[in-house]
Design a protein around this ligand. Structure first.
Ligand code: INI
Length: 155
């Protein structure tokens, strides 16, 4: 008989840290609001949520690592918004954020969710922060809850 493992979407008592970048906060505040709303609507308790603000997306992995290493959190949700400009700066910030968040997850075993928007322009970013393409903050929190519940079954 096949063993199939799945995490459900009940927040229960999941302890979740959210790391959110101030850079482009016109967008990231919408990601944060949607992440918190998703946690609540899936049954979560605000007392189990911690929010840490970073200057930019480049700094997210450093803070995510500290939070993940603390042993206090079941998952870390990383939220940011990187918008392409006229130089290669976008690529450096986006690559470091993505690589760093992935490394923290693998090094610590604490799921770190990539809720960082990488967009070619502001319109694309807005589309992913509550307009045409949904909200990346809500999706990231749903992924975090699912991962917490999936990993509980593997322990
Ligand atoms: N940080 C972002 O989160 N998004 C951006 O679009 C961005 N751009 O375009 O520059 C950005 N830069 C700042 C960076 O994350 C660092 O905070 C900064 O380089 C200091 O280390």
């Amino acid at each position: 008989m096949t063993v199939e493992l799945q995490g459900d979407l009940q927040s229960r008592d999941a302890k979740i840290a959210i790391v959110v970048s101030r850079f482009n906060d016109f967008v990231t505040t919408h990601l944060l609001d949607a992440a918190v709303d998703t946690y609540r609507r899936h049954g979560g308790n605000d007392a189990q949520l911690t929010v840490a603000w970073t200057p930019g997306s480049f700094e997210i992995p450093t803070v995510a690592l500290r939070l993940a290493q603390s042993g206090k959190f079941d998952a870390v949700v990383c939220l940011g918004c990187i918008i392409r400009g006229g130089t290669s700066h976008f690529d450096f910030v986006a690559n470091e954020a993505a690589k760093g968040i992935g490394q923290v997850s693998l090094q610590t075993g604490v799921p770190c969710i990539f809720g960082v928007i990488t967009a070619d322009n502001l319109e694309q970013a807005i589309d992913r922060a509550g307009a045409k393409q949904g909200n990346s903050g809500a999706k990231a929190m749903a992924a975090a809850i699912e991962m917490v519940n999936l990993l509980k079954q593997v322990k």
